[in-house]
Write a protein that binds this ligand. Structure first.
Ligand SMILES: Nc1ncnc2c1ncn2[C@@H]1O[C@H](COP(=O)(O)OP(=O)(O)O)[C@@H](O)[C@H]1O
Ligand SMILES: [Mg+2]
Length: 241
C-alpha cells in the first residue's frame, strides 16, 4: 500500500478574469521512505503541490491520504495537530527566527506537542547531532553560515520525528559546494530515519539524488527518471527527433 496517495488533485487560482490551474487532475503514489524530487519552471505549481501535501492548503477537488489519514477531509484544528506530529517543512534558507538561537529555533515545533522539557532537550540534542551542529546550539542565525543555517532548518524539520518531510528549494540560496553537503545530509536522513522526502529543486543534478524524479508542466505531473521510470512514446519521439 502506498504511504502517500495523491488522487485526482486539482488546484486553481483566480486572478481577476484569469483562471490558472497549477495542478490539473494530478495523481501520485509514494511509498514509505521514498525520496522524490520535483522540478518544473517557475510558477508551474511546485510549491502549491508541496503545500497541499503539507496540508497548509486544500485542493479544489481530489484527495490526499497520508499513512491512512485523509488529510484533505480534516478540520483546521485536526490538521494543525496532524501537521505537528507528522510533517516537517524545510524552506529556502533565511527562514530561521533571527532572535532565537539555533537550539530555540529547533525547539519551536516541539512546543506544539505534549512533551516534557527533558524530552525536548533530548530530541533537540539528537537533531543537532544529526546535522553536526552540537557546538553551535547557542548561536543566533546571523552568527551562522548559509549552510549551517540550512542545517538548523533541517534539524527543525526532523526534531518532531515526522514521517514526511517536504523541502522547497532547500539549496536555492547556497553555493555549489554547500548545496552538495546539504543534499548529502538530506539523503542520509532519508535513509537513516526512513523519512519520506519530497524535494523541489531547480537543479537537475540535485534532483538525481532522489529515488524518483518528477516534473510539473502545464498542470501535469510526469516522471522523468529514477526507480520504475519508463520512457513514454511521446518522450521517446522527442529524444530521437
Ligand atoms: N495564493 C495564491 N493566489 C493566487 N495565485 C497563486 C497563489 N499561490 C500560487 N499562485 C499562482 O499559482 C501558480 C503556481 O505557483 P507556485 O506553486 O508557487 O509555483 P512554483 O513553486 O512552481 O514556482 C503561479 O502562477 C502562482 O502565481
Ligand atoms: Mg515555489
Amino acid at each position: 500500500m502506498s504511504f502517500i496517495e495523491i488522487q485526482n488533485v486539482t488546484k486553481q487560482y483566480h486572478k481577476g478574469e484569469e483562471t490558472i490551474t497549477p495542478l490539473d487532475d494530478v495523481s501520485l503514489d509514494i511509498v514509505q521512505g521514498e525520496f522524490i524530487s520535483l522540478m518544473g519552471a517557475s510558477g508551474t505549481g511546485k510549491s502549491t503541490l508541496l503545500n497541499l501535501i503539507a496540508s497548509i492548503d486544500k485542493p479544489d477537488s481530489g484527495r490526499i491520504v497520508i499513512d491512512g489519514t485523509e488529510i484533505t477531509r480534516l478540520s483546521r484544528t485536526k490538521l494543525a495537530n496532524w501537521r505537528a506530529g507528522n510533517l516537517g517543512y524545510i524552506f529556502q534558507t533565511h527562514n530561521l527566527i533571527p532572535v532565537l538561537t539555533a537550539y530555540e529555533n529547533i525547539e519551536l515545533p516541539l512546543l506544539l506537542l505534549p512533551m516534557s522539557r527533558t524530552e525536548r532537550r533530548n530530541r533537540i540534542e539528537i537533531a543537532l547531532k544529526a546535522v553536526d551542529l552540537l557546538d553551535r546550539a547557542d548561536h543566533y542565525p546571523r552568527q551562522l553560515s548559509g549552510g549551517q543555517e540550512q542545517r538548523v532548518g533541517i534539524a527543525r524539520s526532523i526534531v518532531a520525528h515526522p514521517k514526511v518531510v517536504v523541502a522547497d528549494e532547500p539549496t536555492g540560496d547556497l553555493d555549489p559546494k554547500t548545496s552538495d553537503q546539504i543534499l548529502d545530509l538530506l539523503k542520509r536522513l532519508n535513509e537513516q530515519l526512513n523519512v519520506t522526502l519530497l524535494m523541489v529543486t531547480h537543479d537537475r543534478e540535485a534532483a538525481k539524488i532522489a529515488d524518483k524524479q518528477f516534473q510539473l508542466d502545464h498542470g501535469k505531473l510526469v516522471q522523468t527518471g529514477g526507480r520504475g521510470f519508463q520512457i513514454t512514446e511521446v518522450q521517446e519521439a522527442q529524444t530521437t527527433a
